[in-house]
Design a protein around this ligand. Sequence first.
Ligand code: B12
Length: 213
Amino acid sequence: MKLLEELAQSLERGDSQAAADSTRGAIELGLPAQRILDDGLIAGMAVVGRRFKAHEIFLPDVLLAAKAMYAGLALLKPLMIEQAVATQGKVVIGTVQGDLHDIGKNLVGIMLEGAGFEVLDLGTDVAPETFVDTAVREGARIIGLSALLTTTMPVMRKVVEAVEKRGLRPEIRVIVGGAPLSAAYAAEIGASAYCFDGISAVETVREMLGVER
Ligand code: B12
C-alpha cells in the first residue's frame, strides 16, 4: 500500500515530520496498528538497519531514522494498546553500571519494540541487581546489557552471576552487546548470546522466546 510504503521511506530518509504525517494518515484510514507497524515502521527500520550494516549510511542517518520511528510509534502506541497488538514477550535492557553510552542500546530497544517486544529500558549506569530485580518483577525472560567501555564490560559478568546466584537460569537469559564485545567474551562470562547489532538482537530474542515470523 502506497501510504505505508511512504511511511517506510520517511524512515529511510530520517524525516520525522513525514513519518508522523504518514502514520496519522494510516490511522485515519482505519488501518490496523499491527499493519502500520509491520509494513510501515518496521519495514523502514529494517532497510535502515541493512544499509547501516553495509556501510551505505552512517550513524547520523540511523539516529534520524530512529527519531522518525519514535515519531510514528508515539502516535501508534495508544492504538496498539487499544487493539492489544500481541506483545511477543518482555525484554529488560540497559547500559551497565559506570557506562553512560546509550545510542546503541536505544537503537536496539527501538528495533525490539518495533518487532513487537515490550522493552523495559532502565537507561544507563544500571547496577547489576537492578537488572535482575526488574526482570523478576516484570516477568521478563531476557536481560539485554550494553557496554561501550572496556572498563565496564566486567559488570556484565556480575549480572550473569546475579542471575545464577538467584537460581534464575535458564529461565532468564542474558544477552550482551556493544562495540568492544565479542562472542568469545560473551561465552567467557557465561552470557547466553552476543549480538552484533539490533537486527541480530531481534533474531536472537525471537529464537530464544520461540517467536515465529
Ligand atoms: C558517542 C560516544 C560517546 C558519547 C556517548 C553519548 C551517548 N548518549 O551514548 C559521550 C561523548 C558521552 C562519550 C563519553 C565517553 N566515551 Co565514548 N564514544 C562514543 C563513540 C564515538 C560512539 C559510540 C556509539 O554511539 N556508537 C554507535 C552505536 C550505534 O553503536 P554501538 O553503541 O556499538 O551499538 C551497536 C552494537 O554495539 C549493538 N549493541 C549495543 N548495545 C547493545 C545492547 C544489547 C543488549 C545488544 C543485543 C546489542 C547492543 O547494537 C548497536 C546497534 O547496532 C565511541 C566510538 C566507537 N567506535 O564506539 C566512543 C568510545 C566508546 N568512548 C570512549 C571513551 C573512552 C569515552 C569516555 C571515557 C571519554 C572520556 N574520557 O570522558 C567517556 C565515558 C563516559 C561514560 N562513563 O560512559 C572509548 C572507549 C575506549 C575503551 N577501550 O573503553 C571509545 C571506543 C572511543 C575511543 N576510540 O577511544 N562517548
